[in-house]
Design a protein around this ligand. Structure first.
Ligand SMILES: CC(C)(COP(=O)(O)OP(=O)(O)OC[C@H]1O[C@@H](n2cnc3c(N)ncnc32)[C@H](O)[C@@H]1OP(=O)(O)O)[C@@H](O)C(=O)NCCC(=O)NCCS
Length: 123
């Protein structure tokens, strides 16, 4: 369902920005945009699922794809949200993102620690 769509370098910096899209019956029904990492933090810049394809796991799959992008490049994926994005808050909490202390302007920032697949294994 998830396919590579684009990858490019920002015109203003060296950080890599990447997009993954979700395909359903060949149509793009969602996308995630990850902004390159600074200080081991990558930012979930955009995540959206087309309304008729919501609540069937597309958003969760796109977040998994975002985490895969970050593996080896960042230790934390951060998602900033507005105070009134209540469904996004419920979604992020459901998929295991931690709420940071609320900012003074009411924005909510969620984050997830990125664990590489091999982490914790010893030979
Ligand atoms: C938020 C959004 C990305 C979720 O995408 P999705 O494909 O519907 O998410 P999933 O199907 O993977 O949902 C996983 C779980 O998250 C929770 N969840 C998802 N949408 C929710 C909503 N609107 N209200 C409450 N909980 C929600 C549910 O627990 C859901 O599991 P369930 O359907 O078994 O109950 C989508 O609603 C969207 O594009 N919204 C508009 C843009 C936006 O808010 N982007 C997020 C910015 S961080």
């Amino acid at each position: 369902m998830i396919a590579d769509f684009a990858s490019w370098r920002s015109s203003v910096g060296a950080d890599k920005h990447q997009i993954r899209v979700a395909l359903r019956d060949g149509d793009i029904v969602g996308w995630v945009f990850v902004r390159g990492s600074r200080n081991q933090k990558a930012e979930l810049a955009h995540l959206c699922v087309e309304p008729s394809s919501r609540r069937i796991g597309v958003g969760s799959a796109l977040l998994e794809a975002a985490l895969s992008i970050c593996e080896g490049r960042a230790s934390t994926l951060v998602a900033g949200t507005e105070e009134y994005w209540t469904s996004a808050h419920q979604f992020l909490e459901k998929v295991g993102y931690q709420l940071s202390p609320k900012a003074a302007d009411g924005r909510r920032v969620y984050s997830k620690t990125i664990i590489a697949p091999s982490a914790g294994h010893t030979q």
